[in-house]
Write a protein that binds this ligand. Structure first.
Ligand SMILES: Cc1cc2nc3c(=O)[nH]c(=O)nc-3n(C[C@H](O)[C@H](O)[C@H](O)COP(=O)(O)OP(=O)(O)OC[C@H]3O[C@@H](n4cnc5c(N)ncnc54)[C@H](O)[C@@H]3O)c2cc1C
Length: 264
């Protein structure tokens, strides 16, 4: 089911209804959002023995598609925090070491990640749900870490102009977490940013949309990453362990035009 996260964030404007709070818990740091940013921050805090509660609105990590490529620079960061080796050992993935972008004309260019140097000269294709489950499993090893799934943060706890935690809605009702530090890691349409009346940092976006979808792999299919661009549109094909991940690139907003008018 498609969820309009922009709309969800705007719902934060709705005045709070009186609701019964089932319990109030206390922590040092409350992180809202279990994406890559929130999960890694929660893990790093907990590893330092800082009591951390992470609240994620989804019941599992198989949330909206956010891409499955881990770039060499990200792998370097994971290595710095001691996680890269374990990630590659334990989570299924494919490694892409070079890409030949389909260009018109006879000239061919090979993008070879080896030129980057470093320990991870490849792009890793890994299901983001499994990547996040891996981070969650690492964080859970620390007693200072608490992860609450299905916790939809709807309100800030504020007093004297200071944010002192959040209230979230779960399947069993409302809960409150009071914290010394509250971090909004709830993504690009952050409700926490909105509730905190902070200005939106992102004012522009690339003039393209990408429609992502999957197709099953067939015997005899080629391997690796492929694609093609023509007349401002293109198709990216990423080989995954058991399927093809395809991205149809098109001018921003053109998917909403009628089929007749979209081919100009
Ligand atoms: C279609 C798409 C494809 C992408 N592909 C790639 C890629 O291949 N490689 C790459 O490196 N980057 C990719 N990106 C960018 C990447 O997804 C982002 O940089 C990354 O997800 C940002 O991480 P984050 O933790 O800040 O936010 P997010 O990943 O958006 O995580 C935010 C989390 O907060 C949770 N949340 C939101 N509101 C609340 C709330 N009120 N209460 C509790 N929880 C809440 C959400 O459920 C979510 O789990 C892609 C992005 C998109 C949109």
């Amino acid at each position: 089911m498609a969820i309009d996260v922009r709309q969800q964030a705007q719902q934060a404007d709705t005045p709070a209804q009186a609701h019964e709070i089932r319990d109030v818990s206390h922590t040092t740091c409350c992180v809202v959002g279990g994406g890559p940013a929130g999960m890694l921050l929660g893990l790093l805090f907990a590893r330092q023995g800082i009591m951390t509660t992470l609240l994620e609105s989804h019941a599992d990590f198989d949330r909206e598609f956010r891409g499955d490529t881990i770039h060499p620079a990200i792998m370097d960061i994971l290595n710095e925090v001691g996680l890269a080796g374990r990630l590659l050992e334990t989570v299924p993935h494919t490694k892409v070491r070079s890409v030949v972008p389909p260009l018109p004309g006879p000239t061919q260019i090979t993008v070879d990640f080896a030129h980057l140097g470093g320990q991870f000269p490849f792009m890793t294709l890994m299901r983001q749900a499994e990547f996040l489950e891996f981070l969650a499993a690492q964080a859970r090893q620390y007693p200072a870490f608490t992860l609450v799934m299905g916790a939809n943060v709807r309100e800030l706890v504020e007093s004297d102009g200071v944010v002192r935690g959040v209230r979230y809605q779960a399947a069993d009702g409302w809960h409150e977490v009071q914290a010394l530090l509250t971090v909004g890691a709830d993504g690009r349409f952050s409700r926490l940013r909105h509730l905190s009346r902070l200005p939106a940092p992102i004012k522009t976006s690339p003039p393209i949309d990408i429609l992502w979808f999957r197709l099953p792999k067939q015997p005899g299919d080629p391997e690796g990453i492929m694609g093609g661009f023509n007349m401002g549109r293109g198709l990216i094909m990423l080989e995954r362990t058991d399927h093809w991940q395809l991205g149809y690139v098109l001018p921003k907003g053109s998917d909403r035009q009628s089929p007749g008018s979209s081919h100009g």
